[in-house]
Design a protein around this ligand. Structure first.
Ligand code: WTA
Length: 681
């Protein structure tokens, strides 16, 4: 049965109540007790956002100067703003206030790649470390409004670095440590970062990642960067340090005292940039502001996950992506809740790793992308029962659709039917959850992200007419009708691109880029992206960026990249390339130096993408074809390629607009021999 049929059938299920024990087993009630209370609060948040979010902002955040107006601006003009004239500091909110109240409380529970190196950092200790690193940055001249790049693996120091930057009122731009040297450079240059924070090497799954080497390669000749702070993660000998530019974290921080006062910033001053992929062009530096973002992070963590101060949240995502920003750092720390920072992989040293972490630290919340669960289900399921995971109350899912089957499996095998499953739909741009059930209060349905969070005026739009679809049992594209506190405010250095991408497609609405349905109960079902963004293992990839990486290769004339459904990774990237005339023949006769066969060319092209973007963007397969299918106006028809790669060549549909329909049979046979036949092996 095709996947969409399964999902549509699943929509007919009756919403499930939370497990019987959810609240009974707790020493205290949930923050929101039932669906009725959710509805009442939701209604107020939409009808009177100022009356709802004003008190929420005063209750959850510490203000150095109170705001005088809750919100202003409009989606039409792209000038939304929240908590006007207020001043605050994110680092103070996430560290100082908890350190003063409870210095010995764990803030970061660090699970190192090698379990013998685990450590716990208390709020008191975190304050000292953040102050020291902020002291170093300050002595280098970093000040309010400057951008600082952070290129670190998922270790506590990434959190320390981000908070140190925020402490000075500067703007962090975290670059996922899986990005290649070229991608790092592109992001550092676009954001104008003069300072980069990194480490000597990373450790992941027992392997060494040569982090500093990648930084050196990426920043060679980039004069913009005047200082690099290098955390000694492995302490390997022979890490080259460029005099006058590169400094050791431990040596520099030792020179600075234990407390550096935070710099208050305006509510609307940027807290961070995070680059994300869109359907066209280079990656966009999504801009999040201080107050609105922080409030969105705190409120969703508290209400969606029903987090209480004594809880332990295990967000298994990397701080290089938005999930790590919001739910490993800002959400839990703003609430003073401990966060588990996991450096390794679910498979290292064995498939028991997640469950040991949960047992060891009595994690109450586990938050992960479905792709990790698909892997465990396939190869590591037997490990779960070996550990005591009874501390868990909430199991979150993020980044890609979770199928009803996998939802049930997660509920039964990981949650022992005693946990609430929170399927949370959101984006880098939304800053925090858009659609998600409030744990324990909102009934769930396997496969549905359920209902909008407070302040999210969610709606569906008919993509053809551009009209909003009223009522239930409708399908369209997911949009939001008003701004919400943690909505991205801009694209760095390119506000018009922000407007074009998110606000222009449907004037008056924020456009998510996702298709969705709303069922008879008003529950949302996310269908996936409607643009050229592919979601592989919960990583958001732009087909345009991968295509650009492929055409960098001398042999490639044109490329087209499509996403197809994949059992393990959700979607997989299949790349089609046509070669420059005579490329293979010329090289085949050019002697042993450049002896290129179609097979090793395909391998080379995969390496090309790994090198240009990063290993996580590797195509599953590269198919070399003679020609790509194009319309008369020269547009590549990716739909045809997607169907062929999905082994659905019998459902190609209308091809009358193709200018070169005669190339299709040879594409079908190229896919058969170069991809499908290999898959069967
Ligand atoms: C997809 C990740 C279905 C969606 C937090 C969105 C989801 C994109 C879900 C954003 C979910 C995220 N169900 N799809 N629960 N969560 N997505 O910016 O297509 O890396 O637009 O943020 O992931 O990816 P991003």
């Amino acid at each position: 049965m095709p996947e969409h049929t399964v999902v549509h059938e699943a929509q007919n299920v009756v919403a499930r109540e939370p497990p019987h024990h959810f609240f009974k087993s707790q020493p205290r009630p949930g923050h929101v007790k039932d669906a009725e209370q959710y509805m009442k609060m939701y209604k107020q948040s939409i009808e009177d956002p100022s009356g709802f979010f004003g008190p929420m902002a005063r209750e959850h955040l510490h203000w150095d100067r109170p705001f005088t107006q809750v919100r202003a601006g409009s989606l039409q003009h792209g000038d939304s703003a929240w908590f006007l004239n207020g001043e605050l500091n994110a680092s103070y909110n996430c560290v100082d206030r908890h350190a003063f109240a409870n210095p010995s409380k764990p803030a970061l529970i660090c699970e190192a790649d090698d379990e013998s190196e685990n450590r716990v950092i208390t709020f008191g200790e975190l304050l000292r470390q953040v102050s020291e690193v902020a002291g170093v940055l300050k002595s280098w001249g970093v000040k309010k409004g400057d951008t600082v790049a952070v290129y670190l693996p998922m270790i506590a120091e990434a959190v320390v670095a981000m908070l140190a930057v925020a402490r000075l009122g500067a703007i962090h731009s975290v670059i996922f440590a899986g990005f290649s040297a070229g991608s790092l450079k592109e992001r550092v240059v676009d954001a104008g970062c003069k300072v980069v924070i990194t480490c000597d090497e990373g450790r992941r799954g027992g392997k060494t990642v040569h982090t500093k080497k990648i930084v050196d390669e990426g920043l060679a000749g980039v004069d913009l960067v005047s200082k690099i702070l290098v955390y000694q993660r492995t302490g390997s000998a022979g890490i080259p340090m460029k005099p006058g530019r590169d400094y050791w974290w431990h040596e520099e921080s030792a020179k600075h005292g234990g407390y550096l006062p935070p710099t208050p910033v305006n509510s609307e001053d940027p807290l961070f940039l995070l680059y994300t992929s869109g359907s066209t062009g280079s990656p966009k530096g999504v801009v999040h502001t201080t107050a609105g973002y922080l409030l969105g992070a705190a409120l969703t963590t508290k209400y969606v996950f029903d987090i209480h101060p004594e809880d332990v949240l295990f967000t298994a995502g990397d701080v290089g992506w938005i999930t790590g920003h919001t739910y490993a750092l800002y959400g839990p720390l703003a609430l003073g809740t401990a966060s588990i920072i996991f450096e390794s992989t679910p498979a290292y040293p064995d498939y028991g790793r997640y469950w040991r972490i949960i047992e060891r630290h009595k994690a109450t919340h586990f938050y992960v992308a479905p792709t990790a669960m698909r892997l465990i289900k396939r190869v590591g399921e037997a490990e779960i029962a070996k550990y005591d995971t009874s501390s868990l109350r909430v199991l979150g899912s993020v980044g890609e659709p979770i199928s009803p089957d996998l939802w049930e499996w997660y509920h039964e095998k990981v949650g022992n039917k005693n946990c609430v499953i929170c399927d949370t739909m959101w984006q880098t741009e939304s800053g925090s959850h858009l659609i998600a059930p409030l744990a324990g209060a909102v009934n769930t349905k396997p496969g549905s992200a359920t209902v909008p969070f407070f302040g999210i005026n969610a709606c569906l739009i008919d993509p053809v007419s551009g009209e909003e679809l009223k009522g239930n049992d409708v399908e369209g594209v997911l949009a939001v009708k008003d701004s919400w506190p943690s909505m991205a405010r801009s694209v760095w250095n390119n506000h018009s691109r922000y407007i074009e991408t998110y606000l222009k497609p449907y004037p008056g609405y924020y456009f998510t880029g996702d298709g969705a349905g709303r069922d008879h109960d008003g529950y949302y079902w996310i269908r996936g992206r409607v643009d050229d963004v592919v979601n592989v293992s919960g990583h958001r990839l732009s087909t345009a960026e991968i295509e650009a990486a492929l055409v960098e290769h001398d042999g490639v004339s044109e490329s087209a990249v499509v996403g197809i459904t994949d059992e393990l990774t959700g979607q997989a990237v299949i790349a089609f390339v046509s070669l420059k005339d005579g490329y293979l023949q010329d090289n085949a006769s050019a002697g042993d130096v450049a002896h290129i066969t179609p097979d090793n060319l395909r391998r080379e092209l995969i390496l090309q993408v790994r090198g240009e973007i990063g290993p996580f963007a590797s195509p599953k397969s590269v198919v070399v074809v003679n020609d790509l299918p194009k319309t008369r106006s020269g547009k590549i028809m990716r739909r045809v390629l997607r169907k062929v790669a999905s082994n659905e060549a019998d459902q190609l549909g209308d091809m009358s607009t193709l200018a070169n329909a005669d190339c299709v049979p040879s594409i079908i046979s190229a896919v058969e021999t170069q991809f499908l036949a290999q898959k069967k092996k």
